[in-house]
Ligand binder design. Structure first.
Ligand code: SAH
Length: 230
């Protein structure tokens, strides 16, 4: 049955559900033009990007621009990343359905929702209480039940839930926090932007005591604040 609720409950965030929300056409075009046509080809990642209702994660005045090829403000001086960067970083993690993943920098909760489509459990940490609280509420109302949001300092990671199969950092530290490397499983992968004014996105793979890292792209993220930079 087609149910058009007055309060936005006509959105259909989950892969299993049928029907199209009014933004589906824009979302499919976003994936084709901005993501697949560039270089992200993992079908599960593309499917997740086609599924998550990005317009539910932006400020009300930005809803018309939710599927544009750029980052958008989410309040408190923070931004939701450009869709392509979300897809690229997600692909680097090579997530499997049984995986547990840690995100640093919940922001709007959008990246966490994309991860939630691909992994078993998502743990995400946000430094700013207002953003963390609203992301938690938003994710719950959209039915992303496998995401846990913690308000805190991501430099410490989430020791009581570690180890993780993958870690994704969506604010830029000056160097890779050792605690996050420690909380990866052997073979675990991390996508992380590093730097101050100029930043590079790294893909790291933990191999026993060693860690390999590969530069993927030049990026621009908000700085990671808290312990590590004090
Ligand atoms: N992934 C988010 C966008 C992240 S913006 C999304 O999909 O919307 C970066 C976020 O990192 C901001 O919300 C900022 O408050 C947060 N942040 C910055 N430093 C942090 C830290 N030390 N620990 C946790 N979160 C941090």
């Amino acid at each position: 049955m087609m149910w058009l609720g007055k309060n936005g409950d006509n959105d259909r965030p989950h892969s299993g559900e049928e029907g199209a929300d009014q933004f589906e056409t824009e979302r499919l075009r976003m994936v084709e033009d901005q993501i697949r046509r560039r270089d992200v080809r993992d079908p599960r990642v593309l499917r997740a990007m086609e599924t998550v209702p990005r317009h539910r994660f932006v400020l009300p005045e930005d809803v018309p621009y939710a599927y544009n090829d750029n980052p958008l403000p989410i309040g408190y001086g923070q931004t939701i990343s450009q869709p392509y960067i979300v897809a690229l970083m997600t692909e680097l993690l090579k997530l499997e359905p049984g995986h547990r993943v840690l995100e640093i920098g919940t922001g709007s909760g959008y990246q966490a929702a994309v991860l939630s489509e691909l992994a078993r459990e998502v743990f995400t940490i946000e430094y700013l209480e207002q953003l963390g609280t609203s992301a938690r509420r938003r994710l719950r109302s959209l039915g992303y039940d496998n995401v846990r949001v913690r308000i805190g300092d991501g430099y410490e990671g989430w020791p009581d839930a570690a180890p993780f199969d993958a870690v994704i950092v969506t604010a830029a530290p000056e160097s890779v926090p050792q605690s996050l490397v420690d909380q990866l499983v052997d073979g675990g992968r991390m996508a992380i932007p590093v730097g101050t004014h100029f930043q590079e996105l790294y893909c790291m793979v933990k191999e026993g005591k060693d860690i390999t890292s590969e530069k993927v792209a030049n990026v621009r993220f908000v700085p990671m604040v808290g312990e590590g930079n004090d």
